[in-house]
Design a protein around this ligand. Sequence first.
Ligand code: ZN
Length: 299
Amino acid sequence: MGEKLIGAVEAGGTKFILALARSSGDILARTRVPTTVPAVTFAAMREFFDQATGAHGPIASFGIASFGPIDIDPASSAYGTFTTTPKPGWSGARFHDALAGFGAPITVDTDVNGAALGEWHSGAGQGCGTLAYTTIGTGIGTGLVRDGRSLMGFSHYESGHIRPPRDLARDPYPGKCPFHADCLEGLASGPAIADRWGASLDQVDNREDAVELIGSYIAHLAAALVLLHMPDRLIFGGGVMHAPGLIASVRRQCERQLAGYIVDPRLDDGLERYIVAPGLGDDAGITGAIELGRQALGE
Ligand code: ZN
């Protein structure tokens, strides 16, 4: 079975990372193409897989971890279709149409769920039964993996849009979300931080206070994830989490918010083993896309 070939796509808002891999995970060919409009980007994607097929053999399945919003319900007639994305030209574009010529099964999931799967498979989430992976970057989202499958309801989760408690004297910033203003994404995403302070979190004046404030919002999500899903581990990644001291602040404030209510050996003193940084860095997405391709094979 190790010889079957998987076409893997990490579809981001600025670039697509494409790979041809064996089902064992070895990558045979890899490239990146800019995300412009579907007619151009999908054509470049097809060309890469055509060439890779010529060099290595036919593709047995595709795994796709994509930006959204996108329909990820395998039972839906619109499975794999971009829905209401503000990205010009992409609403209505469908991976299944673009890749139909290869005649291989396709599994599509979100970029966050893909990264969560990648971390579960070979990163900081190895060995977890249930894992929550959250990215704090341009947007905020959480992927939950249970026994190697990402969880969803009628659609993918939207943890970035819960509303954390606020102290307006401490943080009068009104928030940046076009739907909710001061939801988590409206307060703690990279664009919200830049809008509020005119700098990234590691460059603002009063850095310690700023890190503690943003940490309090993220800790609210961390505590909610524990209470809702009881994951074996929480991973926090994304550009904002690179700010020095932020993950320590999230651990400290999450522990305070839980207030000793959840007693389990997984929740270690100080949460240093429970709340962790990603292990795969930039490779989480494509690793997860390969795992999605493996699932499309039925393996
Ligand atoms: Zn929102």
